[in-house]
Design a protein around this ligand. Structure first.
Ligand code: AKG
Length: 289
């Protein structure tokens, strides 16, 4: 299969950059060529068909006393991480698609490194919401230029599991404890404050329905989650790719999920030349900065 183009369908606008800076999240409609969606669909379906590559979050939630009973519900929330390490299609998407340049434009970065990718599938009838969390508490990183690009493969509405964000929450400067993703309890042995309760009527809460070809990018400090998939027929498949840029350093966060391919990194090391966090984009020479 040939690899689609690294060119996005359109540039990121100044207004979109300003929104990312102010809100900690921006919705970029119609920016990703459909060839990339075609490129990912088969690999995502293959990945979730292999139980060794994802975690059944519905079963996890049931084990933690959460919403669903995996014996009676139809849907499943399946989630995996670091597919780029083992699957060429994910590696191509994370390293050679338009996403690194989009992340660079939003974060005003001179270089972009890949931190990880995730597959996030909510099949029809999935009762689990993705509870509010902040990515930074899961990442062994510190710094300003860290973001997640959330890429839907299906049309996503509020009823089928649209993402929800707390606008401006990245500016608190707080790194919250990571939670179980499907229940609000903090992961054991993590440090810091738990994610604060946000009232459902809080006017900072923004649900973002999205179409294939759109990308939603959020800052690693932004609180966010997603709804259940209440549809009986419509799937909600998504891939997230997480990047960091200039000025970011490793910071080992006790209790946060570890990565075997990062075993040799130390807190305080700059994210520069490490195969576990490869350089995937740098500003062309002479382009000013
Ligand atoms: O897709 C979801 O349900 C949640 C995704 C998410 O939180 C993320 O990619 O950071």
């Amino acid at each position: 299969m040939s690899t689609p183009s690294a060119e996005s369908l359109r540039p990121v606008t100044d207004d979109e950059v300003a929104r990312f800076v102010t809100d900690g999240v921006v919705h970029l409609p119609g920016i990703l060529p459909s060839a990339w969606l075609d490129h990912l669909t088969g690999p995502v379906d293959e990945t979730i068909a292999d139980p060794s590559t994802t975690v059944d979050m519905t079963a996890l939630s049931a084990g933690l006393g959460g919403t669903g009973d995996p014996g009676t519900v139809d849907g499943r929330f399946l989630s995996g991480v670091d597919h780029w390490l083992h699957h060429r299609a994910f590696a191509a998407f994370a390293t050679t698609s338009p996403l690194p340049a989009i992340a660079a434009a939003l974060m005003d970065a001179g270089r972009i490194h890949l931190y990880e990718d995730s597959v996030l599938v909510k099949e029809p009838g999935t009762v689990e919401a993705t509870v509010l969390h902040q990515d930074l508490g899961y990442f062994h990183l510190s710094g300003e230029r860290i973001c997640t690009c959330w890429v839907p493969l299906d049309p996503v509405t509020v009823d089928t599991g649209a993402m929800v964000y707390v606008r401006g929450s990245h500016r608190s400067g707080t790194v919250y404890r990571p939670n179980w993703f499907v229940t609000p309890g903090p992961l054991p042995n993590t440090e810091g404050e738990a994610v604060p309760a946000i009232h459902p009527e809080d006017d900072r809460l923004t649900h973002i329905p999205a179409e294939p070809g759109d990308v939603i990018v959020h800052h690693a400090g932004t609180l966010h989650g997603a709804g259940p998939n209440r549809s009986a027929t419509v799937r909600r498949r998504a891939v997230s790719v997480r990047y960091c840029g200039d000025g970011v350093r490793y910071e080992i966060r006790p209790g946060a999920p570890t990565k075997p391919h990062h075993a040799d990194v130390r807190s305080g090391d700059p994210v520069v030349d490490h195969p576990g966090c490869p350089l995937v984009w740098s500003r062309p020479l002479g382009s000013g900065r």
